[in-house]
Design a protein around this ligand. Structure first.
Ligand code: 13P
Ligand code: ZN
Ligand code: NA
Length: 281
């Protein structure tokens, strides 16, 4: 069934695991993510960024995910990832998304609070939870260039969570979107400090390319949702490329779409296990 992220993240927080949140670009990736979650009996979050939404629409992705969720044996969330404006958050809520992120991390502290509060107010009226971000996750996500620097300050995080009324908070502790060129150094001590003073579930962005042990350590330190995007885009494309390289005269999209889908199922299963979400549905 299609559910909100609130109940899933609170259960994860209570029981010391993290829900995997996976970016979906097309129907095949959506199918793959839900198939993997069902195989492992895990709750799962499917999410779309603004650029993905520009590729199709909130209505399109919501329809795909809702259709999958209705038949799914596990709880499925449809989440707006890195919502970059009040209007997009409202559009996602209108389309039936069951969770939204408003990312005001590129704004000043006060402007981030104002933007986030405005979205929380609208989402609250529909009982939809809101994720926000404080500090800067590195790398380039979509059109938002996080740049370097800007780790989340624990005291600011506490004030931010209390003043905005958010349901979850994305923190910057050294992860970056995309694949890492070097070895990322994560400030897990900072994460523990944030966890001590912030009561809502914490979210880790930029998890593609992280070592299993780093993700496991972050989950132990209080992360309840882990975002994976790049790894799935690579997996799907590798599956498609494999078919088109081995059999260049294939012209039926189903032929390579199916293999792309299979590659994504494997990638998602691996990460659900690392998050400890298998068997938690
Ligand atoms: P990756 O692309 O590093 O997996 O980051 C995903 C993410 O944070 C989506 O919001
Ligand atoms: Zn992200
Ligand atoms: Na990454």
């Amino acid at each position: 069934p299609l559910v909100t992220s609130e109940e899933l993240l609170l259960d994860a927080q209570k029981n010391g695991y993290a829900v995997g949140a996976f970016n979906v670009e097309n129907m095949e990736m959506g199918q793959a993510i839900v198939m993997a979650a069902e195989e492992l009996n895990a709750p799962v979050i499917l999410q779309t960024t603004p650029s993905t939404i520009r590729y199709a629409s909130v209505e399109m992705y919501h329809a795909i995910v809702e259709t999958l969720a209705k038949k799914a044996s596990v709880p499925v969330v449809m989440h707006l990832d890195h919502g970059d404006s009040y209007d997009l958050a409202i559009a996602a809520l209108g389309a039936g998304y069951t969770s939204v992120m408003i990312d005001g991390s590129h704004e000043s502290f006060e402007d981030n609070i104002t933007l986030t509060k405005n979205v929380v107010e609208q989402a609250c009226a529909k009982n939809i939870p809101v994720e926000a971000e404080l500090g800067k996750v590195g790398g380039k996500e979509d059109d938002l260039d996080g740049g370097s620097g800007g780790y989340t300050d624990p005291a600011e995080a506490k004030e931010f969570a209390e003043r905005t009324g958010i349901s979850s908070l994305a923190v910057a502790i050294g992860t970056a979107h995309g694949i890492y060129s070097g070895t990322p150094v994560l400030d897990v001590e900072r994460l523990r400090e944030i966890r001590k003073v912030v009561s809502v579930p914490l979210v880790l962005h930029g998890a593609s390319g992280l070592l299993d042990k780093d993700i496991i350590e972050c989950v132990k330190a209080g992360i309840c949702k882990v975002n994976f995007a790049t790894e799935l885009r690579i997996a799907f494309s590798n599956g498609v490329k494999h078919v088109l390289t081995e059999t260049p005269d294939v012209f039926d999209p189903k032929k390579y779409g199916k293999v792309g889908r299979e590659y994504v199922v494997e990638a998602v299963k691996t990460r659900i296990r690392v998050c400890g979400a298998d068997g938690k549905a």
